[in-house]
Design a protein around this ligand. Sequence first.
Ligand SMILES: [Zn+2]
Length: 353
Amino acid sequence: MRTDRDYSKLLVPGLVDFHVHVGERIAGFQLRDGFADLSKVKGLAGIGVFVTEEASDPLSVKLARMRKDAARNYPGKVFWHLTPVQTVIEDLIPLLAADTDLKFYTTYKPAGLYRSYAEIERWMQDLEGIQPRMLIHCEDDEIVSESSEKHPFRQPSDHCLRRPELAELKAVERILELAVKHDYPVHIVHVSAPRGALLIREAKKHCPKITCETAPHYLLRNEKRLQGKNAHRWLCSPPFRSEESRGLMVELAADGYFDLIASDHCPFSNDIKDMYQNDLPKVPCGIPGLQSMISDLYLDLVLKGKLSPEQLIRLTMTSPAALMGLESADQYQLSDLISQASEPERSGNYSTC
Ligand SMILES: [Zn+2]
């Protein structure tokens, strides 16, 4: 059903993107966008940015540097998601503030980011008194390893078989158990499997502190994009899912299963991705999305009657702002934010915002 309404004159508080990778190196690769690039996005009122500790760059030093970089180059509000790798709890606690929380991964062993469920539970216990929110990337590493062994990475679409929905479901289930057991504020990032969203809704009944997000690509794209020309440039984890899953995800979004939609903006240059075109396990995973998120959701979901404009505003503006305490008095016309529609092939490949 297509609506006849044009909502482009609606006044909105501005995009607040909870999940943005910008201005850092990930697994040895420099991201394509810096804070100055984000300043070009009109109506971007706030961002949640990841700071991942590296062997050569202690978390405290890296956070201080990124704070300075953001203050100099990006006029909007910033919240910081911290991933300690070597930093121990005594040194982490002084870094925690009103504008920070934590991010852990149940996968990515080679990059040194992997945390076992037992480790994550220990962090919950050790942080019991202050309970900073914990963002969790949920893909069960054992299932990913087994699936990857079964399905060698010969073509980009193998990514879907190597990181199946089952891996996400297992990790989501385990993390939710821990959140409920310790009454801990856990935020599940980039939910891509519909059954994961169902599990989260059930767990919320026992622990209302649990929140979750999905990303635009799980609502708008499917695994077919990982076939054909330049498919390696579209690799991200979790991977795009089946058309059936994508359709269900849209229905769940409309039914209020997600607290927010965040882009998981994670752009790498084509040069870097193409360098590993014939060595797929080495292609850095991540795609951009921040610059076209509102346009894409508006054109593909709101105008087609699948999501109401109020839902779009809640999921991409007010709800993430409330979660990060970034509310601002700014107002924009929705048309200002949807003028940045980008041609899909181009937006998937790189970004300078
Ligand atoms: Zn991410």
